[in-house]
Write a protein that binds this ligand. Structure first.
Ligand code: KDO
Length: 334
């Protein structure tokens, strides 16, 4: 973890203990830098939530932290944040189930389409015993500590040209952009499309120029990243109730005092709650917005998508590493 002056941590802690942190002379004041990296665009809720994190922490622990927010993937490329945190090159990010599944295969159950039902169930799953068990594995295997679960939204298919899409067969041959890991590409193929890897920051141009035929993202991100300007249709497949886990490098977290740990966790919870409330509210209103913008919003045969996607996952190697009974426990979470 980075400190703003050269004084060693041990000396600082000794001095702080002797004097009480607030009575340290100005020259000895040090702030713990918390660098955040996210591919989120500024206008999306999971970008704005970091300001809530920063403000909450400034209020609860004045002068103790220097929170630095880096949006648009400007500090670390999308998908590289977990490794950066494990190495201690980055303090915080919001990582996906897909990022986690690369190192914790059990977690891939949450990359599968049509597993989590809605945002309320998502919160119950991750704030209950299932979350506790799986986050323990994350901390052990990834050297990052999950602090809160944010709802990224429910993913929908967004196409450049209008198409009659009722079942996965109707997406045959559609070059559907997915983030560039095999777990994401598998989801795109499970939807019936030809999955094409591309970083989030390149999607707008890809849609504009036609190097891809479509992309999938929750409606608030389609609005915030302005994908509606370069697409003509949204197919309401609702294939993934997506999550992002606010996580901190374990090295950084373990260097904090117990009180600081509690304050950082509380700030992460506040950030997630802000994101979740606003995103859920906006998600309910966006269909009208997109229609006004001239997009066709269509509803496919969601049951046909559900059946086909679920079967694809059940017959895959992913399902083989899902802990016995986990899917039943998820389904039983109400
Ligand atoms: C995306 O690239 O489609 C995705 O929605 C994947 C998420 O896991 C997350 O990285 C998100 O992009 C970014 O935060 C940008 O919104």
């Amino acid at each position: 973890m980075i400190k703003t002056n050269a004084m060693s941590r041990r000396t600082m802690l000794g001095a702080a203990a002797a004097l009480g942190a607030s009575s340290l002379p100005a020259w000895a004041q040090t702030k713990t830098i918390l660098r955040i990296s996210t591919p989120a665009v500024p206008d999306d809720w999971h970008a704005k939530m970091w300001t809530v994190f920063k403000d909450t922490l400034e209020k609860s622990a004045p002068g103790e932290f220097d929170v630095q927010i880096n949006l648009n993937g400007s500090l670390f490329k999308q998908g590289t944040e977990s490794t950066a945190m494990a190495r201690g090159n980055l303090e915080l990010s919001a990582i996906s189930a897909f990022d986690i599944a690369k190192l914790v295969p059990e977690f891939s159950v949450f990359t599968a389409g049509y597993v989590v039902r809605d945002p309320a169930q998502q919160q119950k799953i991750f704030n209950g015993p299932i979350g506790a068990e799986l986050f323990k594995l994350v901390t052990e295997k990834m050297e990052v500590t999950p602090l809160a679960t944010a709802y990224l939204g429910t993913r929908q298919v967004n196409l450049r040209d209008v198409r009659n899409v009722k079942t996965p067969a109707d997406l045959k041959g559609v070059k559907l952009r997915m983030p560039g890991t095999k777990e994401w590409l598998f989801l795109g193929e499970a939807l019936g499309a030809t999955a094409t890897p591309l970083a989030f920051g390149e999607v707008y141009l890809g849609l504009k120029t036609g190097t891809i035929d479509g992309q999938d993202n929750p409606l608030p991100s389609v609005r915030a990243a302005k994908f509606y300007e370069v697409t003509k249709q949204i197919v309401m497949t609702s294939h993934l109730v997506d999550s992002l886990f606010i996580a901190i490098s374990s090295k950084s977290f373990n260097a904090l005092t117990p009180t600081q740990k509690q304050k950082v966790s509380a700030a992460a919870q506040a950030a997630a709650a802000y994101n979740n409330d606003n995103r859920i509210k906006e998600e309910a209103q966006l269909i009208e917005f997109f229609k006004k913008e001239g997009l066709k919003v269509t509803t496919p045969d969601v049951e046909a998508f559900r059946k086909s996607v679920q079967a694809t996952y059940q017959n895959s190697d992913y399902a083989k590493v899902w802990p016995k009974g986990l899917l039943d426990r998820i389904n039983a979470t109400k």
